[in-house]
Design a protein around this ligand. Structure first.
Ligand code: ZN
Length: 135
């Protein structure tokens, strides 16, 4: 699927503001964007770290995917996102390799990226996102 780099690492948090404060005041990173992704029921905050990003995710609803994750496992590492040239194509390739998909075709994620998730039961426990820029 021609992965070029780690696009971002997603981290589930309970409180976006407090988490941003930690990343800025302790780690010295700068939050450059806050965005709500309504269909995922999350508010996201982004930090550039070299060629990759940190994506903080706070749930806007207990029944959203991040709300359920935090209720079950607590806050922490949520997913890793790899950059690929074409997310839908990469999802198809993964499916052809027998990987269980959460998204059969890519959909719109934060920052206007096309994104899709592989199921952690097929990826050795790591929720894996594939993302590509709009062509
Ligand atoms: Zn992500």
């Amino acid at each position: 699927m021609n992965i070029s780099h780690i696009e971002h690492i997603g981290i589930a948090v309970e409180n976006l503001e407090e988490s941003i404060h930690y990343y800025e005041s302790v780690l010295g990173l700068k939050c450059y964007a806050i965005e709500e992704v309504e269909d995922q029921k999350v508010k996201t905050a982004f930090f550039q770290v070299g060629g990759t990003k940190i994506e903080l995710l706070e749930s806007t609803s207990p029944d959203g995917p991040i709300g359920k994750f935090v209720a079950k496992k607590g806050p922490g590492m949520h997913h890793i996102a790899f950059a690929v040239p074409d997310a839908t194509e990469a999802l198809k390739q993964a499916e052809n390799s027998g990987v269980a998909l959460i998204d059969k075709i890519s959909r719109k994620g934060a920052e206007g990226l096309n994104i899709g998730f592989l199921h952690p039961k097929s990826t050795h426990g790591v929720l894996t996102e594939l993302c590509s820029k709009e062509k």
